[in-house]
Design a protein around this ligand. Structure first.
Ligand code: NCD
Length: 305
């Protein structure tokens, strides 16, 4: 196992299975884990907005008996004075045992990881990757479907800038008989490198389509995403594309009875609130899972038994 977690592919399938097992055990027996990280400190360095990722990391460390320092606004850190990511990481290493970093620049957590000897976890880097969201998604898939194999996964929305989709595709492409239906407008299709370096390289079956309704009947998992406004070059394009897909109860009429609807959240308009009461809506259960898998991950990276 690497010192850090920057890209989900750094974890083997066996390591993912182990993290999922530990997370499920924590859910059943939280008291066993209440002091596992006593005396240890997590630093959350968030240069971009976050609700779930940062708060789940922080709750995870508190529930392991540890403590938390950090910032949630780059403007309140020395980044505003021009400090480099490497220097900030080296400073934080003097105070903390593990770092979770979110940054708008792709590769920033990798730079931090190479500058310090403590573990660094990528909590989202630009439009690139978001491995701990993927661990959250994997735990959710495991709990909801009971398997990682034999699944048709529809990813819908902003597949170009959506980092969670890139990491999910990378992780799920390693399992047997997984098929992807990539549902997006032309402008927001999955980047070419995700297709060539991940899907085609692994011989994964995938189709690209614009039609959510057309794809719906075949899906075991529907992974909805928000159009990533902050990564657009102009507001007019965002406004034109933002409401391309809105999932409603009507659109679910042809879906499988055991479909799981996932969304990394935050939701803007892409899932109508009327869908929330459908038992297939898994996205708030998904949020809860995020804390447990991050507990398992931090223990593993810090070598806690
Ligand atoms: C996602 C992210 O930050 O990439 N959110 C999250 O971490 N749960 C998805 C998004 O912001 O759309």
């Amino acid at each position: 196992m690497n010192k850090d977690l920057i890209d989900i592919r750094e974890l083997s399938r066996e390591e993912i299975d182990e993290l999922v097992d530990v997370a499920e055990d924590i859910m059943l027996h939280p008291e066993k884990y209440a002091e596992k990280c006593k005396g240890r400190k997590l630093a959350t360095l968030f240069y971009e907005p976050s609700t779930r990722t940062r708060l789940s990391f922080e709750s995870a460390m508190y529930e392991l008996g540890g403590s938390v320092i950090g910032f949630s606004d780059a403007g309140s850190s020395s980044a505003a004075k021009g400090e480099s990511v490497a220097d900030t990481a080296r400073t934080v290493e003097c105070f903390a045992d593990i770092i979770a970093m979110r940054h708008p620049k792709e590769g920033a957590p990798y730079v931090a990881a190479n500058s310090v000897s403590i573990p660094v976890i990528n909590a989202g880097d630009g439009g690139h990757n978001h491995p701990t969201q993927t661990l959250t998604d994997l735990l959710t898939i495991h709990k909801e479907k009971g398997r990682f194999e034999d699944l048709v996964i529809g990813c819908c929305g902003d597949l170009k800038f959506g980092r969670t989709v890139h990491s999910l595709i990378a992780a799920m492409s390693r399992y047997d008989n997984v098929k992807f239906v990539l549902i997006s407008p032309e402008e927001l299709k999955v980047p070419e490198n995700v297709k060539t370096d991940i899907l085609e390289k692994n011989g994964v079956d995938f189709v690209e389509t614009k039609s959510l309704e057309g794809a719906m009947p075949n899906l075991d998992i529907l992974y909805m995403t928000r159009v990533q406004r902050e990564r657009f070059f102009n507001e007019a394009d965002y406004v034109r594309l933002k409401d391309t897909y809105i999932l409603t109860p009507k659109k679910l009429q042809n879906a499988k009875y055991d479909l799981s609807i996932l969304h990394p959240l935050p939701r803007v308009n892409e899932i109508s609130v009327d869908v929330d009461k459908d038992p297939r809506a898994s996205y708030f259960r998904q949020v809860r899972n995020g804390k447990y898998i991050r507990m398992a991950l931090m223990m593993k990276l810090m070598g806690v038994d």
